[in-house]
Design a protein around this ligand. Structure first.
Ligand SMILES: Cc1cc2nc3c(=O)[nH]c(=O)nc-3n(C[C@H](O)[C@H](O)[C@H](O)COP(=O)(O)OP(=O)(O)OC[C@H]3O[C@@H](n4cnc5c(N)ncnc54)[C@H](O)[C@@H]3O)c2cc1C
Length: 364
């Protein structure tokens, strides 16, 4: 009989990234366990986000940008296999001043150059925009249309992935906190609140807490900065694509949010970004709501009815990019700063982690 406490891969965190990693490892026949401190999967950063499968993430040469562009098309197949709702659409970056037209052209050429061969980018005039989006304000003059975006039912994805993994023999320990791991010659010894295990590999996919989990694995890393993001969910709006104001100047930390049709038929607006001190400080301030309304409602003919205000906290990376640390002779793979577009990139992150583990296995 096999010793159930010895496994191939132990994953810390059942968010979208940990689950996606498990999905890729299980497909290759690895015996996988997942530790999740909450009672259900997807209750961390993955819970309150915008569900957008992104195309544009600047700078284009960053790891997060490359993994998002690789992860984006992988969603079609994964959603089909798991029966998860995915709606493909475009992003419309719009201007409402003729004076912004030269900047729009520069932006168009830049995006076209960087996305060529993979995602179609076109310039669209007022008439086309209004045909595509009757809800757009008359003040909107022109825009850039970027194809290949998507919105996904993330809750559905998390639920389906968890069931699929468990049916394939992976074990998810809910309400179980990963406490420590010590690197041995062949196996890593794990202590958790639900028992002790031995594993060949550990994947640290603990989101906002991955800096603390690194410490528990014996590696000191720079602290993650929590970044609060507030979203408004509205009813009474009919929007077919993602709409956002165009700007040549991008903030270092955020793509700036948008008006986003959800898979539920509602429309989400946001997110904002505000740096906070406490990882658990999900509290929404009136300022967040006012700034969202001020930024996005002028792009539409009507203001929607706000039916829900919600917020999530991103694990902002100290380098501004995703960080992948490999230590213990390549047997501990730690994912840090998986901020936006971590949902989009999740399948590509998983593919990358699997490759690292296989390279380690091949080298003995
Ligand atoms: C407001 C907002 C909007 C966003 N919008 C988008 C978007 O539209 N598109 C996009 O691509 N990305 C978006 N993102 C980013 C995306 O949500 C994240 O990158 C992604 O969800 C991170 O997933 P994760 O699995 O790494 O982390 P998490 O979902 O946080 O998963 C980590 C898990 O680890 C568990 N855990 C932590 N410590 C331990 C421990 N010691 N033991 C056991 N379990 C532990 C946690 O409970 C948690 O469930 C958004 C983020 C925010 C905040």
């Amino acid at each position: 009989m096999k010793d159930e406490s010895i496994v191939d891969v132990a994953i810390v965190g059942a968010g979208i990234v940990g689950l996606m990693c498990a999905y890729f490892f299980v497909a290759e026949g690895y015996r996988v366990i997942i530790f999740e401190k909450e009672q259900e999967a997807g209750q961390g950063v993955t819970k309150n986000q915008s569900g957008v499968i992104h195309v544009v993430q600047l700078p284009f040469n960053s790891l997060k940008s490359k993994l998002a562009r690789r992860g984006n098309p992988m969603y079609d197949d994964i959603c089909k296999r798991l029966g998860v709702k995915l709606k493909r659409l475009s992003a419309l970056l719009v201007i409402n001043k003729i004076a912004s037209y030269p900047a729009l052209i520069i932006g168009y050429l830049y995006l076209r150059l960087n996305l060529r061969g993979n995602f179609k980018v076109s310039l669209v005039g007022k008439k086309t925009l209004q045909k595509m989006e009757p809800e757009l304000s008359d003040s909107v003059k022109a825009g850039i249309k970027i194809d290949g975006y998507g919105v996904v039912d993330t809750e559905g994805m998390v639920g389906r992935l968890s069931n699929f993994l468990q049916n394939k023999g992976a074990r998810i320990f809910f309400g179980c906190e990963f406490l420590s791991g010590s690197c041995g010659d062949e196996l890593i010894q794990i202590r958790s609140s639900c028992g002790e295990f031995k594993t060949r590999f550990i994947v640290n996919a603990s989101g906002l807490y991955s800096d603390e989990v690194c410490k528990r694995l014996g590696l000191e890393v720079a602290k993650l900065t929590p970044g609060l993001g507030v979203m408004l969910e509205c009813s009474g709006l009919q929007v077919n694509n993602i709409i956002a104001p165009f700007s040549l100047i991008q903030s270092e930390r955020t793509k700036g949010g948008g008006i986003i049709p959800t898979t539920k038929g509602t429309v989400s607006i946001g997110p904002t970004l505000r740096l906070i001190d406490d990882k658990k400080a999900y509290k929404v301030d009136d300022r967040d709501i006012i700034s969202l309304k001020k930024k996005f409602f002028p792009l539409l003919k009507h203001e929607g009815d706000v039916v829900r205000v919600y917020s999530g906290v991103r694990p902002l990376s100290p380098t501004g990019d995703f960080m992948v640390y490999s230590f213990c002779n390549g047997r501990i793979i730690s994912l840090l700063g998986i901020e936006s577009p971590g949902l989009t990139a999740a399948p590509a992150i998983a593919e990358h982690v699997l490759l690292l583990a296989k390279q380690r296995s091949d080298s003995g």
